[in-house]
Design a binder for this molecule. Structure first.
Ligand SMILES: [Zn+2]
Length: 423
């Protein structure tokens, strides 16, 4: 039985580089096979199937030795699919390196489109973007499952990895070339690479009658769906010239076959921890929210119906400046499924006049510290005075109260997209 492996970077898609094509057969010795595998210039790692990094020589030997029969196609060795185990498939955290510089926002959006709004929308998968790791987003960062970093090797547009690789090899590297071409949307390139990270092979390896040596790879795959020339995993240059690398209908159904269908959507749960409903505030005050949700899409604060932008760098905090009098605040939270939660409260704004402070930290001090004044009798949860040290207690009381009021009908919130910023 012949096994072919074709290697060429994704860059070949737009530039054409048949001379990069390497092939082998099962009759090759391992040494011959290994010699045919290109290596990443910057790291020395092996690149197989055009744009997938292989960790070690031992892994290359495993690919050489093993096979299975085989479109959405998943990497498979000896009848066992290579995919994320159940305990990991909803914990796929990643960072996006700050070293992308001005390109970083585009990468963050492209990754979000490829993960939460892409593959994960159609299967029991959850990707978690952890921006707190972006400053140290590299192969050594154990706080995330994989890192997304820039490279400038010129060998490919981007490359990924397969599930089960050691942490140091779990990275999606995006070459400068990906930003300097206009044939593919960045988010579609990321869909393709994230597809590899989920275990999916190039679709064209399962194309009936595939004979182009540039497009023949190996047999380490299992067919999940029927051959799909529109799959994001199918190179246009391998028999689907109009393909855009977008997620196809069969990609969506195929990923659900492998990882199970997406769980029923759960509406987000939002609370406002500051200020307190009914409180008196200064003319400038902060609104701070607490939100529980797996797939948050947007958080919007409306003051008297007008959108207030979030504080820079803070998703759930807003700085409000308003006029004296009573004001209506509404927090609107939506998730990617279109489910929403709303929290409404009223506050009275008035200038905070410096008080004759006797130095005591009395409970009625509304002095010039900008703190929220809380005159509320809340039936057991009430506290007054400086709230900063008591916010947790207040929030807990608010949560309990809201839980009692809302009961079970929270999950039936009607879809309503009103977001104003990405969370
Ligand atoms: Zn690929």
């Amino acid at each position: 039985m012949k096994i072919f492996a074709a290697f060429a970077p994704l860059l070949c898609l737009i530039s054409g580089c048949a001379e990069d094509t390497l092939g082998t057969t099962r009759e090759d010795t391992f040494e011959e096979y290994l010699a045919s595998v290109p290596r990443e210039r910057s790291t020395g790692r092996y690149i197989v199937d055009w744009d997938v990094v292989v960790t070690t020589e031992e892994e290359v030997r495993r690919i050489w030795r093993q096979s299975s029969s085989g479109a959405l196609s998943i990497l498979s060795f000896e009848g066992e699919d290579i995919k994320w185990p159940p305990q990991m498939q909803r914990q796929l955290s990643y960072c996006v390196s700050d070293t992308f510089g001005a390109r970083k926002p585009a990468v963050v959006e492209a990754m979000r489109a490829a993960t939460t709004l892409g593959w994960a929308k159609h299967a029991n998968l959850r990707f978690i973007y952890d921006p707190a790791q972006d400053a140290t987003c590299d192969e050594l960062n154990e706080a995330v499952v994989f890192d997304v970093r820039p490279v400038s090797d010129g060998q490919y547009l981007a490359r990924a990895f397969f599930p089960g690789y050691p942490r140091e090899y779990c990275n999606i590297l995006i070459d400068d070339a990906a930003f300097e071409q206009d044939r593919f949307l960045l988010e579609n390139i990321m869909l393709h690479e994230v597809g590899h990270a989920l275990g999916f092979r190039h679709e064209h390896i399962a194309r009936p009658g595939q004979s182009d040596p540039l497009c023949v790879e190996d047999e380490y795959y299992r067919v999940v769906e029927s051959y799909d020339p529109l799959s994001t995993m199918h190179y246009p240059s391998c028999g689907s010239p109009s393909n855009t690398l977008a997620l196809s209908a069969l990609d969506r159904s195929g990923v659900a076959v492998v990882y199970g269908p997406p769980p029923p959507p759960v509406a987000p749960y939002a609370s406002v921890t500051q200020p307190i409903d009914g409180s008196v505030v200064g003319l400038s005050f902060d609104v701070v929210a607490s939100i529980i949700d797996d797939d948050l899409d947007s958080v919007t604060l409306l003051v008297d119906g007008e959108v207030v932008p979030p504080r820079p760098g803070a998703d759930y905090a807003f700085a409000v400046t308003t006029t004296p009098g009573e004001h209506a605040l509404e927090l609107v939270v939506t998730d990617t499924a279109g489910l929403e939660d709303r929290v409404a409260l009223r506050v009275t704004a008035r200038p905070l006049v410096p008080a004759e402070d006797d130095g005591a930290d009395d409970e009625t001090d509304d002095g010039n510290d900008g703190a929220v004044i809380d005159p509320i009798d809340d039936g057991g949860c009430g506290v007054s005075g400086r709230p900063s040290s008591l916010l947790v207690m207040l929030a807990a009381c608010a949560l309990l109260g809201r839980s009692r009021r809302r009961g079970r009908d929270r999950r039936s919130a009607a879809p309503n997209k009103t977001g104003s910023h990405r969370a």
